[in-house]
Design a protein around this ligand. Structure first.
Ligand code: SDX
Length: 431
């Protein structure tokens, strides 16, 4: 915490309270309200945490007005162009870009943890074949704590490190197995001679009946999608992982909680919902109908892939994703993909509409990602599992930062109570 001596003054019932203020290296100043209840007997009130900093962090910075996203200071567009996912994982986890030797060691450690305990294969058999892959991932990732007891003691830095590597390494394997299970195909084991993205594509699309060669265009696109979704400050699923971890729960169980939160259509589930919306729109001539619905206060419909709690400008990840969609679909010879044409026309019409301009609603990371994933051969049900694979490094990096913080306290928000005040029980004969 910075050693600012500035204070904010708050007057309540004629008494003035001085609250310390701190300045970040970037972003808004903060007011420390931790002693407010003890000193003034009042709570602050911020449903949805629109104005609340839950922690201090050095990992990711977002400037919503500028549409800027930095990972340890490096802008996302440079990382997407010049780096690759496992190098970004190293950067998020350890704070600096790795040397060649450090990168080689890190990639080797991840590669050698990609298999899961053979007994875990039986867990998949308990699900219906039509289970959503996210339902399977929540269950199987949580069950990792039943198999890897030697990396669940969060007080042991070495076990924290092993659990981190295991989660980064095993998430693609679990996601691919969830996919294979739902389509009735046999599981494919990871291969140590493939890079992270190629391994995942092979585990998803290879079958024992024939050799499978990963398309380098698709593995580069897959790696870029992983990079773009890696971390995003204190979003809902990351805050879920932090809150679950604050009780001392093991990292596997906490990441399972993060997966559950990410599944929601307002969060990571938006990529699936967005593509299904674009497919429902079908042709550009139906766009005005859907824009009208999105603007209608009486219609709960929202434009999926649009808007963001923090970005009040273009989501920088959406810009990279749009460029990647153009490149990948052209290289695959499907540049006239009707869904992509609808997405581009929808973006154009929405951004020209005062409703979206006034509310500063722009495409977010989920607007174009589904178009690429569909072109790669994934069903919409696999879009959010892929987001979960990528975001695991963000959850784990934020978890690691929090657990190592000497100020760590269990998260325990209060409330504005509006229920019944004290009253006596009424026997049923008298009701
Ligand atoms: C992700 O937080 C993160 O960082 C998340 C994420 C990450 O990397 O972790 O970036 C990933 O979750 C991206 C967001 C994916 N979700 C969607 O695309 C779903 C559609 N978007 C909305 O549901 C919404 O924009 C949210 C949930 C993303 C943000 O909601 P907020 O911040 O709570 O804003 P709000 O609901 O208060 O909306 C403000 C106004 C409202 O109108 P008024 O009540 O002021 O009149 O804008 C309207 C909303 O009705 N609005 C929309 C809209 N999004 C907001 N209207 C139509 N379509 C939309 N998409």
């Amino acid at each position: 915490m910075s050693d600012d001596k500035r204070v904010a003054k708050l007057e309540i019932a004629g008494k003035t309270y001085e609250l310390p203020m701190y300045s970040p290296t970037a972003g808004p100043d903060v007011i420390d309200i931790r002693k407010l209840y003890a000193d003034a007997g009042v709570f602050t009130y911020d449903p949805g945490y629109t104005s609340t900093a839950s922690c201090d962090s050095t990992i990711t910075f977002i400037d919503g007005d500028k549409g800027e996203l930095l990972h340890r200071g490096y802008p996302i567009d440079q990382l997407a162009e010049k780096s690759h996912y496992l190098e970004v994982c190293y950067l998020l986890l350890y704070g600096e870009l790795p040397s060649p030797a450090q990168l080689e060691d890190f990639e080797s450690r991840v590669t050698n943890h990609t298999m899961i305990h053979e007994q875990m294969h039986f867990l998949f058999r308990g699900f219906r074949r039509d289970a959503h892959p996210m339902a399977i991932m929540v269950g199987v990732v949580g069950a990792l704590s039943a198999f890897y007891h030697d990396s669940t003691d969060i007080t042991d830095p070495w076990q924290r490190e092993v659990a981190s590597i295991r989660l980064i390494a095993k998430m693609p394997t679990i996601a691919a197995m969830a996919y294979k299970y739902t389509i009735g195909q046999p599981f494919e084991y990871p291969r140590n001679d493939l890079d992270y993205a190629s391994n995942f594509l092979r585990m998803c699309f290879a079958v024992p009946a024939e050799n499978f060669v990963v398309n380098p265009i698709l593995s580069r696109a897959m790696d870029r999608i992983f990079t773009l979704h890696a971390d995003h400050e204190q979003n809902a699923s990351t805050s879920t992982v932090r809150l679950a971890s604050s009780s001392g729960a093991n990292p596997f169980a906490c990441v399972a909680a993060g997966i559950a939160c990410l599944w929601g259509p307002a969060h990571g589930g938006a990529n699936q919902a967005c593509l299904e919306m674009l497919q429902e729109i079908g042709t550009p001539d139906r766009i005005p109908e859907f824009i009208a619905r999105a603007k209608d206060k009486d219609d709960p419909f929202r434009l999926m892939g649009f808007g963001h709690r923090v970005y009040k400008n273009f989501d920088p990840r959406a810009k990279v994703m749009k460029q990647s969609a153009d490149e990948v679909l052209e290289l695959l010879g499907v540049e006239n993909n009707p869904t992509l044409q609808v997405a581009k026309e929808l973006e154009k019409q929405a951004l020209a509409d005062p409703y979206f301009a006034d509310k500063k609603l722009f495409p977010n990371v989920d607007f174009y990602s589904g178009i690429i994933l569909e072109a790669m051969g994934f069903p919409t049900s696999m879009f959010t599992p892929i987001f979960a694979v990528s975001r695991t490094i963000g959850w784990i990096s934020q978890w690691k930062e929090m657990i190592a913080d000497p100020q760590l306290k269990i998260g325990r928000p209060r409330q504005l109570y509006k229920g019944a005040t004290l009253r006596d029980y009424v026997d049923i004969e008298k009701r």
